[in-house]
Design a binder for this molecule. Structure first.
Ligand code: VGL
Ligand code: ZN
Length: 209
């Protein structure tokens, strides 16, 4: 059997979620986000197969409060369900959408961009909010991946949604909590942790993996 990560029994991919300027020091800066980047770089050396994700919205995206003249953190009843409204972030072509300059994973093979269409959001790197696949499942499946490890920003949104879809799609899934940073609005971290647990996603600390 060929293993991508030396210490994992099954073929494993590391998914590094949304380590982008806007989530670190930009319009949606997440507490603690800058502290996890170097440790993620180190951790990634343990994996042959690394996938990066990039939140990648056009201007006037449906997830932006400004698009609807509504307050940030309000909720919109979108055709695909409940949509939390955020500050403008990760706009295609702008500084905030760029992966952090501190992220140094030169061997990462694939960047999955998500939330690319104006009228659909996607916290998950696998399946957009309207059910459209991004292609990541096909990519991993074709490479024989059975297990994924997810880190990045934000633990309670894009990391959690990605991890939960991975579990639903049949991957063994682990989230490294101290290589992730949470937004934590209105108990969103506890809720996401609870939902991840219910789906069999393992939440571990770096020292335990
Ligand atoms: C994210 C909210 C909106 C994330 C992206 O990366 O967790 N959260 N867009
Ligand atoms: Zn977004």
């Amino acid at each position: 059997m060929t293993n991508t990560a030396k210490q994992f029994a099954k073929k494993t991919a590391l998914i590094v979620v949304d380590v982008q300027n806007d989530f670190i020091t930009g319009t949606m800066a997440v507490a603690g986000a800058s502290d996890i980047i170097k440790p993620i770089n180190e951790f990634a050396k343990r994996f042959e197969l690394v996938v990066l994700t990039q939140d990648y919205h056009p201007p006037k995206h449906i997830s932006f409060a400004s698009t609807h003249d509504l307050p940030e953190l309000g909720v919109l009843d979108a055709p695909y369900g409940r949509q939390v409204l955020w500050a403008d972030h990760c706009v295609q072509g702008e500084w905030g959408v760029k992966l952090s300059d501190e992220l140094a994973i030169n061997h990462a093979r694939l960047i999955i961009r998500k939330g690319c269409r104006a009228d659909v959001d996607s916290y998950s790197a696998f399946i957009e909010a309207d059910g459209t696949p991004t292609g990541l499942d096909g990519y991993l499946r074709q490479l024989g991946v059975e297990q994924v490890v997810v880190v990045g920003i934000a633990t309670d949104f894009c990391v959690a949604w990605t991890a939960m879809d991975a579990a639903r799609l049949g991957y063994e899934c682990t989230v490294v909590t101290d290589l992730s940073a949470a937004i934590d609005v209105d108990g969103s971290y506890q809720a996401a942790a609870h939902q991840m647990n219910a789906l069999g996603v393992r939440l571990v600390e770096l020292k335990d993996i």
